[in-house]
Write a protein that binds this ligand. Structure first.
Ligand code: SAH
Ligand code: SF4
Ligand code: F3S
Length: 442
């Protein structure tokens, strides 16, 4: 038997890319590929790329520079670009970078096997269309071996919101929801293979409106149905838009035990003027009211967010309003970014904030968010949480898992195995994780 061909995938960007990389590996598995951990051993290298900020998309070009010598050593090596940079700049990359054999946009992964055959025959292959058919319907059913206790499951893709700074509506296309029965059967498959926690993914996951026999379902309804799957203990979802948090989804945080008390809810800015310029279609007060309602439904919910500083036109007063909003919410953790002008987006045409001003704001915001994160973690000390164990720790006898609140928790115990959920008392808080003692299995 011929030796199997080896596939190396490097994944950048968001969790949707992580999920897609897994599905691409499965699709190329049908062509006889097995995964390898090193680029040097590969017959095919795929870079699953991110276009969200300039720094993210530049990584592709530097990585291609590093890969070129491998191709000189092994002329049979094929190099492909997938993901959001492929969608945005794929044709240009193909023209400019002769090392690239294949360019595939995020909605065309089901066409990979055919494209692979094309590049093996010595041609180049490019597909950045938004085909009418759903890529997931045409990807092979997930032939999963026993696997890690947590998994991503994409339920929705694309975005119709068109925030003025963002490339996602252009790279991922319009909002599309996967049908309910496909999601439920994929979730059952995952649970049968030992998955205990599923994170539902979408660029705007709470805009989910997937078709079922009795009409379109909301995300809340989908979550309540998934909660009935035996073995599946935890459900999360990300990323949500404030305007799509409906009453039932808020209520689910209070009455659905399997839905974890953690929500990533980006707001981007605390200034109404900037929110308007960003085309967010909500005010800071709308957002704060929403947070109040979520906390009324689930008082211990841990909130996470995304912020952009230095958006065109942002004044000191606008930035102060962002700091005020952060103080008012009290985030358990959050991400903050310096605005990056992206070609083709409306905001890219507008005059920007001076880079040193934006840098200073980013530092100030990050200091505040870090302080809130530390305080949240310190507040866990002495509390009892439930931890789903995911892997051994670095020290002998150590195990690491995640609490309901998505904090990494270390324990030293031989009483727990990967996939177990245990009650743990938190004893100490470090910079990025907690340490605790196991009280007993759940
Ligand atoms: N669909 C999600 C995630 C979008 S991308 C959402 O709506 O929140 C993740 C984050 O990247 C965004 O929330 C935003 O904070 C940041 N981001 C997007 N475009 C950006 C840009 N041009 N410059 C800086 N940060 C950006
Ligand atoms: Fe981008 Fe806005 Fe859509 Fe999020 S909601 S993906 S930030 S356009
Ligand atoms: Fe990046 Fe595309 Fe995700 S731009 S953040 S990989 S949707």
């Amino acid at each position: 038997m011929a030796e199997p061909k080896k596939l190396f995938i490097k994944t950048y960007g968001c969790q949707m890319n992580v999920y897609d990389s897994e599905r691409m590996a499965e699709a190329l598995g049908t062509q006889g590929y097995v995964m390898t951990d090193t680029a040097e051993a590969a017959d095919m290298i795929l870079l699953n790329t991110c276009h969200i900020r300039e720094k993210a998309s530049e990584k592709v070009y530097s990585e291609l520079g590093r890969l070129k010598p491998l191709k000189d050593l092994n002329p049979d090596l094929k190099i492909g670009i997938a993901g959001c940079v492929a969608q945005a700049e794929g044709e240009e990359i193909m023209r400019r970078a002769p090392v690239v054999d294949l360019v595939v946009g995020p909605q065309s992964y089901h066409r990979l096997p055919a494209m692979e055959a094309q590049v093996r025959a010595g041609q180049k292959a490019l597909d950045t269309e938004f085909p009418a058919e759903d890529k997931f319907e045409h990807l092979p059913r997930r032939p999963l071996p026993n696997r890690a206790p947590t998994a991503f499951l994409t339920v929705q893709e694309g975005c119709d919101k068109f925030c003025a700074f963002c490339v996602v509506p252009y790279t991922r296309g319009a909002e599309v929801s996967r049908p309910v029965d496909r999601i439920l059967s994929e979730a059952r498959d995952l649970a049968e293979r030992g998955v205990r926690e599923i994170t539902l993914l979408g660029q705007n996951v709470n805009a989910y409106h997937g078709a079922a026999q009795d009409g379109a379902w909301t995300l809340a309804r989908l979550i309540r149905d998934l909660a009935r799957i035996d073995g599946l203990a935890r459900i999360r979802f990300t990323t949500s838009h404030p305007n799509d948090m409906d009453d039932d989804l808020i209520a689910a945080h209070g009455d659905c035990d399997k839905l974890m008390p953690y929500l990533h809810l980006p707001v981007q800015s605390g200034s109404d003027r900037i929110l308007k310029a960003m085309n967010r279609k909500h005010t800071a007060a709308d957002y704060l009211r929403l947070i109040d309602r979520l906390r009324a439904a689930r008082p211990d919910i841990l909130l996470s967010g995304d912020f952009i500083v230095g958006f065109p036109g942002e004044t000191d007063a606008d930035f102060e309003a962002t700091l005020d909003l952060v103080r008012a919410v009290g985030y358990g953790q959050a991400y903050s970014f310096k605005y990056s002008a992206r070609p083709g987006t409306p905001a890219a045409e507008r005059p920007g904030v001076a880079p040193d001003v934006a840098d200073a704001r980013l530092q100030q915001l990050q200091a505040l968010l870090t302080e809130q994160q530390r305080a949240t973690q310190a507040g866990m000390v002495g509390r009892e949480v439930k931890v789903l164990f995911e892997k051994p720790g670095r020290m002998a006898g150590q195990m690491v898992g995640k609490s309901e609140y998505l904090h990494a928790v270390h324990v030293t115990s031989d009483a727990v195995a990967i996939g177990d959920i245990a009650r743990v008392r938190i004893l100490a808080s470090g910079p990025n994780s907690l340490a605790g003692e196991v009280l007993g299995l759940v």
